[in-house]
Design a protein around this ligand. Sequence first.
Ligand code: ZN
Length: 267
Amino acid sequence: MDRSFVWAHGRIVPPEKRALWASFRPYAFEVYPRELFDPKNYSPAEAAELRALAEQEERYNDLDYENSFRAFLYDGEDRRGLEERLVRINFLGRAVTVHRIIRDALLRIDNALTSESRTDAELKRFIDSLAPIGAYNWRRVRGGRSLSYHSWGLALDLQRQQRETKAVYWQWEKDRNSNWIFIPLEDRWQPPEKVIQAFEYEGFIWGGKWLFFDTMHFEYRPELHEINRLLAAREGDSRIVSPRNDAAIHHIVPQVVDVQNFWRAWF
Ligand SMILES: [Zn+2]
């Protein structure tokens, strides 16, 4: 199946919708940070930038992505078509429903973490404490109009059964704390480092590294790891050598014009 898409001011749309770009939400190609970005290091300028980004996010909440590109990538024109691509697997002892393209990656993660947990008591406790894992769920993102990655069967939420006392998800914090962006790292809940690394190794990203943190959330974004790899390969690129730039607040617009082939290498 061959289809064309065009890049229009940050939107990826079929050619016939090029003129309508402003009615869709732009894609953000952020540099996925290697390390957690620590709010206590924000300079006043960065803090202002972060607040502006938060407002922008709120504005874009009224827009949805033009979804035909993702529908093409994930081989499901609509909810029904996508649901035909789903598989049910056992992951860390819980049944999860996910897109079949991530099945093998998840089984490898399961395998790695399960064997690691035989000698790592903290990891074992974490796995044992997990609540049912939310994965496929056709839904809009909370408070917004765009489809969540859960809708594509490409995201998983790992939460413990117990109620967390630390911050988990920015949307929950936002309602009670206008300074949620600056909640210190030690006050944010996070899964064990080995869990995060196992997911990253297989092409997932962890929502805890987002400015709009969602520390229970993992989603399959191999293209972001690929962007990091490309940037790292370009020695001396100031966007990666500065620790400040190694952060989610720095959005880059890919110079890759052939976006479709760029992704296709991965799916
Ligand atoms: Zn999630």
